[in-house]
Design a protein around this ligand. Structure first.
Ligand SMILES: *[C@@H]1O[C@H](CO)[C@@H](O)[C@H](O)[C@H]1NC(C)=O
Ligand SMILES: *[C@@H]1O[C@H](CO)[C@@H](O)[C@H](O)[C@H]1NC(C)=O
Ligand SMILES: [Fe+2]
Length: 428
């Protein structure tokens, strides 16, 4: 009797398991966001904002024909009692000429405040954004290798629902891959999110867009369209910079520019780390595109990972960096705190979050067995949230796009190294 009953019970258990399992989705096609054909060429498009030094925000937008680089803003809807003037630029790429790229820095602004803005007095097109808090708690959304597919849209919707303060993007934005109109399409796709909260990005391989024979300068579109606060952080290049927000010092590194000891980036990083004051910014995090720790089959052995890590890992370790977020591999992976290939309580926690949703799809093959320093790995689209609660604790969580639902799938509390006295004996 027992065996007769046992079999159906087992089958039910197996099928229940199958029903609960999550089928990895195939790539989704590009979602081209076009401008309405009848739209006035002076219509602002592709609006996005970024942090630009203490209490300041840079607003960037594009128009197809000339409009002045003016922003009108204030703290009540429809009432713009302040204004600021900026610059316009454009770039050429083979036969493509960009629209007018407007770049205006506004401020000083109050923390945790909603601002309303527009680009012409009397305009009915009003935008709004919220400034980050002056102190903890602060929540970062983290998403790399976004692209512009229907999966990207799903990820962006989940990010919107997360009530985040600032978005961190470790490279690979539009996947335009030389087709410049795709940069415009990407700008339109992300505008609903990127015009409301600061988006802080660093470059990936898809931003290089170098064409050797015609001497097309690398990063032409990226640098023109995504001007980050490098001048404000003492860097000579838009490809690496840092900023401080609500008690967190964030360093954006560049995988696709020189990183060897003696390079400008290396020297800048060394001096930026020396400026960090952990009593003011107890948290220190770094973003870089190509992951230094990675147990996926994809992107093993690339010089941007291996050589850059060899050059810079020691600097980050000595400076007590809390976490390093990377992209490039289209999957999610979380490592322990690590230094020099081994678990180390005083090293950074390494995260790969290159699962934003681009058209290339997922990287689903992993090295077996899973290295002991790798705690969680899964090839699914999704996004991360880094919620810094106070000077000592932060909650990292990963949210998978379960079909189009956002499902929290991994989470861990981490303690800041600044608050861990066992690590404080290390000196730079
Ligand atoms: C904005 O700056 C430009 C160039 O410096 C200047 O010509 C223009 O008059 C300024 N506009 C306003 C409204 O301040
Ligand atoms: C920081 O937040 C953690 C988690 O909520 C809490 O346990 C801890 O008491 C807080 N520490 C301080 C100093 O507020
Ligand atoms: Fe990449």
């Amino acid at each position: 009797m027992f065996p007769k009953l046992w079999l159906p019970v087992m089958l039910v258990a197996v099928f229940a398991g199958v029903a609960d399992a999550y089928d990895r989705p195939p790539p989704r096609e590009n979602l081209i966001v076009s401008l309405d054909e009848n739209a006035d060429p002076t219509t602002p498009q592709q609006v996005h904002i970024s942090l630009a030094g203490e209490a300041r925000i840079r607003i960037s937008w594009i128009t197809d024909s000339h409009t002045p680089p003016m922003v009108y803003y204030g703290i009540s809807q429809g009432k713009y009692d302040r204004s600021a003037n900026g610059t316009v630029s454009s770039y050429e790429y083979l036969t493509y000429t960009s629209g007018e790229i407007h770049d205006v820095v506004i401020g000083p602004l109050d923390p945790s405040t909603m601002y309303y803005y527009c680009f012409a007095l009397g305009s009915t097109q009003e935008y709004l954004f919220q400034t980050p808090p002056a102190q903890f708690p602060i929540k970062f959304a983290v998403s790399g290798d976004l692209g512009q597919t229907k999966w990207t849209k799903s990820t962006l919707e989940h990010i919107s629902q997360s009530n985040y303060d600032v978005l961190l993007l470790p490279g690979d934005l539009s996947y335009a891959d030389l087709l410049q109109p795709l940069w415009d399409s990407f700008g339109r796709l992300v505008e609903p999110q990127a015009s409301q909260r600061p988006w802080m990005v660093t470059q990936g391989n898809h931003e290089v867009e170098k064409i050797p024979v015609v001497h097309q300068t690398p990063f032409t579109a990226y640098n023109a369209r995504w001007h980050m606060p490098f001048e404000e952080s003492g860097s000579i290049s838009n490809l690496y910079y840092s900023f401080e927000v609500s008690g967190v010092h964030v360093i954006m590194l560049g995988s696709y520019t020189d990183f060897d000891p003696g390079s400008d980036q290396y020297q800048w990083l060394e001096s930026d780390l020396k400026k960090v004051d952990r009593s003011k910014t107890p948290w220190l995090v770094v973003l870089v595109h190509a992951p230094w720790y990675n147990s996926n089959d994809a992107h093993q052995g690339e010089r941007e990972s291996v050589d850059m890590m060899e050059s810079m890992e020691g600097l980050l370790y000595k400076a007590h960096v809390d976490a390093v977020f990377a992209g490039h591999v289209h999957a999610y992976e979380r490592f322990n705190r690590v230094y020099n290939q081994e678990a180390n309580d005083c090293g950074p926690m390494y995260i790969t979050i290159g699962d934003g949703g681009n058209r290339e799809g997922l990287a689903s093959k992993y090295k077996e067995p899973q290295p002991t320093i790798s705690v969680f790995r899964e090839a699914s689209f999704g996004h991360g949230e880094f919620e810094v609660v106070n000077a000592s604790y932060a909650l990292w969580s990963w949210h998978r796009n379960d079909d189009d639902e956002s499902a929290q799938s991994d989470s861990v509390w981490i303690r800041s190294l600044a608050s861990n006295h066992a690590c404080n004996r290390l000196v730079i």
